[in-house]
Design a protein around this ligand. Structure first.
Ligand code: ARG
Length: 588
């Protein structure tokens, strides 16, 4: 289905043409004076020079051609040459009717679906998820859903950090604590125990302890590096230990992501590509791309046009161990091989942008990826506390994701039980749904690259530009619809009204923007556009709601028209929040 603005622009272009002007001048935009008109066209101003005419003359010529238009009910040529426009109610109604019939509310599907991989979440095995992991998870999940809704073939991959120094650190610390374990006996050739030698809470204590020790003790750090290298080289006992760490940790990660309504198609990680690294390195060497520098193996990725420093991409450390860039490059090779993607989108903290620039360039230069494959890094900004610094616990430590979510759950629970009587169970469930909307909307309504202040009080408010406000609006619509259904006095599929109140028309006009909005959110990889749209839509609905006595209306046909509009508004809002990664409760 064509976009609303395109259709009305077409009508305007036709008028420019019949009046003897360049049709392209007839581009219609949203009005920046909503008090005067719904849309506007500034083409007469732009055409003045070309036609050596006063803009108002051109505007008058065009307006004359639009008399009796089926699209425009009002075309005012105003000084110095603007065209102020309103659309006819019948045209608007027809457009919305088509939206109602279409499964995707008029969003056009691509001729050929793109194969897209979204690499997001990026949890590190054996380290607890902390607030820094929240944004890539939330933003990535929404990007995945946007791409999918836009009709593409999308795979979400968590790309776990499971092959780096943290594994060597844990192994080293375990060896110190329990040297008698068979994993550390090089002569042991039997089966290893099925049971892991630690629990998740022990694991979560072991890593920070080891990491702290390595910071202050060079020898300890050297041991951890050595253990990492041995693990990567395939030492049997270390591999077995590594598998235990994976098993214990992934169960916990899955639970955490489930709580966030974040769902990965692939649970792959850095380790999954370890056995293709040697072949990749060989290719880079024999192709003449990789060379030795200070013992390490590197590939130059500088380009002539660079204005900032671009260090070479490191492929192997001097001890032969692989690095973050090594596994990312091998993962690209693996993905090309298995999925042949048109596009790979990575979502991480923006402080990793140099890493990705190097990796993308290296992949292109060395021919790991075909030239058409597009690489995009969406670097997210930091989530700050009210002091403007990265979010911390009250004690100043790194905040665990779980604690943060608990705090918000408590806050929404308090708000819900304050003015509603609900069973304990329902209140708890509702609080969880509302809390998730608060966190996700609070995050996604900001442009991904910007830092923002995480403000529990504001994010959980039922008023203003917040997730709970959107949910509240949806719940309000649902409640009117169910009351109406109880009265049950009109047909099941009511049709929209022919004559519209002002706020009714304004709401309808907001709805028409859906397909253009999704298209832009997809093309610009910008979930915040979905937030901005539903905020405007919710406002337009609430304005309409306050102006209109829907349930007590005597004119049953009119009432049914409003009900039809409510149903469409609800469906569009619910679709949008699903794209953002949260849902609405039945009551709140
Ligand atoms: N594990 C990484 C981190 O915590 C994020 C991984 C992102 N994805 C990637 N392909 N590098 O920083």
């Amino acid at each position: 289905m064509k976009k609303f603005l395109d259709i009305i622009s077409k009508e305007m272009k036709k008028a420019f043409e019949t009046a003897g002007y360049e049709p392209e001048l007839g581009k219609v935009t949203l009005s920046n004076r909503p008090d005067l008109c719904e849309f506007q066209c500034n083409g007469a101003m732009a055409g003045a020079k070309q036609y050596h005419k006063a803009p108002i003359m051109i505007a008058n010529d065009v307006a004359a051609k639009l008399e009796g238009s089926a699209v425009f009910s009002q075309v005012d040529a105003v000084a110095p040459g603007f065209l102020n426009l309103r659309v006819t109610e019948s045209f608007l109604k027809e457009y919305l009717n088509k939206m109602r019939e279409d499964e995707k509310f008029g969003l056009q599907m691509p001729e050929k679906a793109q194969k897209i991989i979204v690499d997001y979440g990026g949890a590190n095995v054996a380290k607890p998820l902390h607030v820094g992991h929240l944004r890539p998870a939330i933003i990535g999940e929404s990007i995945k859903r946007i791409c999918r809704y836009a009709g593409h073939d999308v795979i979400g991959d968590i790309h776990m950090g499971d092959w780096g120094l943290q594994m060597g650190l844990i192994i080293t610390e375990l060896k110190k604590r329990q040297p008698q374990l068979p994993y550390f006996d090089e002569n042991y050739s039997g089966e290893y125990p099925i049971e892991a030698p630690f629990t998740i809470s022990e694991l979560e204590e072991i890593y920070p302890t080891a990491s702290e020790k390595a910071k202050n003790d060079a020898e300890y750090k050297a041991e951890a590096l050595d253990a990492t290298y041995k693990l990567q080289s395939g030492l049997r006992g270390y591999r077995a230990l590594w598998q235990h760490i994976m098993n214990v940790s992934i169960v916990d990660l899955k639970k955490n992501y489930e709580n966030l309504d974040v769902e990965f198609d692939l649970w792959k990680g850095e380790s999954d590509v370890h056995n293709i690294i040697p072949g990749m390195v060989e290719k880079m060497k024999s192709g003449g791309y990789a060379y030795e520098s200070d013992g390490a193996l590197v590939v130059d990725v500088k380009e002539e046009t660079d204005t900032k420093e671009m260090p070479p991409c490191m492929i192997l450390k001097s001890d032969g161990a692989s690095l973050y860039s090594t596994t990312d490059l091998a993962t690209i090779m693996d993905r090309m091989d298995k999925y042949d993607p048109d596009k790979i989108i990575y979502v991480t903290d923006k402080r990793q942008s140099l890493h990705f620039e190097q990796v993308f360039r290296c992949a292109r230069k060395t021919g790991l990826a075909k030239p058409e494959t597009e690489f995009v890094h969406i670097g997210n900004g930091t989530m700050n506390g009210s002091d403007g610094k990265p979010f911390k616990t009250r004690e100043g430590g790194v905040m665990r994701l779980e604690s943060l979510l608990n705090e918000i759950n408590e806050e929404t629970y308090r708000k819900i039980t304050e003015n509603k009587s609900m069973s304990e169970k329902e209140a708890k469930e509702t609080a969880k749904i509302v809390a998730l909307s608060a966190v996700k909307y609070g995050d996604l309504s900001n442009q991904a690259s910007k830092d923002y202040v995480f403000d529990i009080e504001r994010f959980t408010s039922f008023e203003g530009d917040t997730g709970p406000y959107i949910l509240y609006t949806i719940v309000r619509i649902k409640s009117i619809l169910s009351k109406y259904n109880e009265q049950k006095n009109v047909a099941d599929t009511p049709s929209l009204n022919d004559t519209l109140n002002e706020s009714e028309k304004a709401l309808m006009l907001e709805i028409t923007k859906f397909n253009a909005m999704i298209e832009a959110a997809y093309e610009e990889i910008a979930p915040h556009k979905v937030c901005a749209y539903i905020y405007d839509l919710a406002n337009a609905f609430n304005h309409f709601y306050h102006e209109t006595k829907i349930l007590t209306e005597e004119d049953k046909e009119k009432q049914a028209g409003w009900i039809a509009l409510l149903m469409l508004t609800r469906d569009v809002l619910e679709t949008c929040i699903d794209i953002l990664g949260f849902s609405a409760p039945e009551r709140m």
